[in-house]
Design a protein around this ligand. Structure first.
Ligand code: NAP
Length: 490
C-alpha cells in the first residue's frame, strides 16, 4: 500500500506492485518490504519482496516478447521511446516528488534528474534509427563481407538508489531502442521511481514483457539473472564490490557485462585557474545529492600558492548551504540515505581529525537530527587518511595541497578507481597534457558538471566496463555478426 500522504497530482504513478509481462503483481508468498522517507522516517509504502521465481517469470516473459520486438522496425521503437520521453516530462513534478520522498534529494535536483532521465529516451529514440552495419571489401575477388548489428536479447538490469530514475533510463532506453527486453531490479530504498517508469512505459506503448520490474531480494533476483541461460547481458550500476560479484557470477554462462561502479574523483585546481569558477565548480561537484554521487569530488587538490585562498572561499560557500527536507524549495542539501551512510561519513571525519586534519566547517550530524549531516570541509588532509583512499559518499570535502603538475597527476591516479576527474586551469597546453594523463573515463575541464545524454558516461579500472549514453551507448546491447558472401562471379 502506498501512503495516502504522498502529495502528487497523478496518483496513478504510485504503483506498489511489480510489473511482469505487463501485469501488476505481488510476490508469490505475499510478502513485501517497507519504503521510508529518509528526511523524516515516515512510511511511504511497500513493494513486493520477490525472489528467484518471480525473476524467472519475468525473464521468461522478456525472452518471448523480445523475439517479437526485435522484428519491429526502428521507427516503431523510436516512436515508443519518444512517447516515453514526453510522458516523463509531462509528469516531471510528480516524478521528481517521488525521487525526493524516496531518496531525500532537493526537489530542484530531482527535477533535474527527471529531465536527465527523459533525455535518454529522446536520445535513444533517435539512435534507434542509426544502428548501422558495414560492408567490408572482400578478401577474395568473389567475396564481400557484410557486418550487421543485432539486439543481444534479454538484459538483466540492477540499479542503485542515488539516481533511481536516471540510472534506469540510461539502461532501458538503449536496450529498448535496439530491440532488447529488460528485467530490472531497482534499489529497495527507491523502488517507486522504477514502478512509475514502468507505468509510463505501458502508456507510451512499450509492449508487454519488454520492460519488467521485479523488486525484492537482491541476491536471489541477481542470481536468477546471472545464472539464467536466456539472460544474455547484465548491466549494473552500484558499488564496486557488488559489481565484481556480478561479474564473477556471470562468468559461468559467459554473459556480456556492463558495470558503472564507484568512483573517487580528484578535483585539481592549478594556480592559474579562475579561482571563483573553481570554487563554484567544486561546491557543485562535491555537495550535489549530499555528496552521494559516483562522480562527486572526493579529493580536492589545490596548488600550494592558492591553497589558503581557495580553502577559505570554499569553506564560506559550503557553510552557506541550506540543509533541510528536499521538498522545501530553499533546500540545497537533503538527508543522507541511511544510518550506515552517516556512520561512514563520521568515520572518515574522525580518522582525518585524528591524523591532523582541521575541520573548517561542519563535522557533525546536523541539528535537524535524523539522517541530516552538516556540509563539512577538511583542510590539511594527507594521502594516508582513509578519506583519500575510500569513496566517502557524503557531504565531506577534503582539501589537499600540491606543488607540481606531475606530482598531482600521480597522486590523482593513485587509486583503483577511474570514473570522473576534474581540473581547473587557464593554460591551454596544460589542459591537453593533464586531460590525457588522468586515468579516468571522464574529465571535467573547468567544469564541475559532466553528465549529459550526449556524452559517453563510464569509468576505467575498478570503476567499470562499458559506456552509457551517447552514440556509444547502444554498443553494449548489440552483437556484431558478419556474413561472408561468396561466389560473386560473372
Ligand atoms: P550497491 O550496494 O552496490 O547496490 C546497488 C544495487 O545492487 C541495489 O539495487 C542492490 O540491492 C543491488 N545488489 C546488492 N547486492 C546484490 C547482489 N548480491 N546481487 C544482485 N544485486 C545486488 O550500491 P548503492 O549503495 O546502492 O549505490 C552506491 C554506489 O553506486 C556507489 O559506490 C556509487 O559510486 C555507485 N554508483 C555508480 C554510478 C556510475 O555511473 N558509475 C552511478 C551511481 C552510483 P539491495 O540494496 O537490495 O542489496
Amino acid at each position: 500500500m502506498v501512503a495516502e500522504t504522498i502529495n502528487i497530482k497523478n496518483k496513478a504513478l504510485l504503483k506498489d506492485q511489480c510489473y511482469i509481462n505487463g501485469e501488476w503483481m505481488g510476490a508469490n508468498d505475499g510478502s513485501s518490504s517497507e519504503v521510508t522517507n529518509p528526511a523524516n522516517s515516515e512510511r511511504l509504502g511497500s513493494l513486493p519482496n520477490c525472489g528467484a521465481d518471480e525473476a524467472i517469470l519475468a525473464i521468461t516473459a522478456a525472452n518471448k516478447a523480445q523475439k517479437i520486438w526485435a522484428k519491429t522496425d526502428a521507427k516503431e521503437r523510436s516512436s515508443v521511446l519518444k512517447n516515453l520521453h514526453h510522458l516523463m516530462l509531462e509528469n516531471q513534478m510528480d516524478l521528481a516528488t517521488i525521487i525526493t520522498l524516496e531518496g531525500g534529494k532537493p526537489i530542484s535536483e530531482s527535477l533535474g534528474e527527471i529531465a536527465y532521465a527523459a533525455s535518454f529516451f529522446e536520445w535513444f529514440s533517435e539512435e534507434a534509427k542509426r544502428v548501422y552495419g558495414d560492408l567490408i571489401p572482400g578478401h577474395q575477388y568473389d567475396r564481400r563481407t557484410l557486418v550487421i548489428k543485432q539486439p543481444i536479447g534479454v538484459v538483466g538490469c540492477i540499479t542503485p538508489w542515488n539516481f533511481p530514475s536516471a540510472m534506469l533510463a540510461r539502461k532501458i532506453a538503449p536496450a529498448i531502442a535496439v530491440g532488447c527486453s529488460v528485467v530490472a531490479k531497482p534499489a529497495p530504498e527507491t523502488p517507486f521511481s522504477a514502478t512509475a517508469m514502468a507505468y509510463l512505459s505501458e502508456l507510451a506503448g512499450v509492449p508487454k514483457g519488454i520492460f519488467n520490474v521485479v523488486t525484492g531480494d537482491a541476491e536471489k533476483i541477481g542470481s536468477a539473472m546471472t545464472s539464467h541461460k536466456d539472460v544474455k547481458k547484465i548491466t549494473f550500476t552500484g558499488s564496486t564490490a557488488v559489481g565484481k560479484h556480478l561479474l564473477k557470477a556471470s562468468a559461468d554462462s559467459v554473459k556480456k557485462v556492463s558495470l558503472e561502479l564507484g568512483g573517487h574523483a580528484p578535483f585539481i585546481v592549478f594556480d592559474d585557474a579562475n579561482l571563483e569558477a573553481a570554487v563554484e565548480g567544486a561546491v557543485i561537484a562535491k555537495y550535489r545529492n549530499s555528496g552521494q554521487t559516483c562522480v562527486c569530488a572526493n579529493r580536492i587538490y589545490v596548488q600550494s600558492s592558492i591553497y589558503d585562498d581557495f580553502s577559505q572561499r570554499f569553506t564560506e560557500k559550503a557553510s552557506e548551504l541550506v540543509v533541510g527536507n528536499g521538498l522545501d524549495e530553499s533546500t540545497q542539501q537533503g538527508p543522507l540515505i541511511s544510518e550506515n551512510a552517516i556512520e561512514k561519513v563520521s568515520n572518515h571525519i574522525e580518522d582525518a581529525k585524528n591524523s591532523g586534519a582541521i575541520i573548517t566547517t561542519g563535522g557533525n550530524p546536523h541539528s535537524l537530527g535524523g539522517l541530516f549531516f552538516e556540509p563539512t570541509v577538511l583542510t590539511g588532509v594527507s594521502d594516508e587518511m582513509l578519506i583519500s583512499k575510500e569513496e566517502t559518499f557524503g557531504p565531506v570535502a577534503p582539501i589537499f595541497s600540491f606543488e607540481t603538475e606531475q606530482e598531482v597527476i600521480e597522486r590523482a591516479n593513485n587509486t583503483p578507481y577511474g570514473l570522473a576527474a576534474y581540473f581547473y586551469t587557464t593554460d591551454l597546453a596544460k589542459s591537453w597534457r593533464v586531460s590525457e594523463q588522468l586515468d579516468y573515463g571522464m574529465v571535467g575541464l573547468n567544469t564541475g558538471i559532466i553528465s549529459t545524454e550526449m556524452a559517453p558516461f563510464g569509468g576505467v579500472k575498478e570503476s567499470g566496463i562499458g559506456r552509457e549514453g551517447s552514440k556509444y551507448g547502444v554498443d553494449d546491447y548489440l552483437e556484431i555478426k558478419y556474413v561472408s558472401l561468396a561466389g560473386i562471379e560473372d
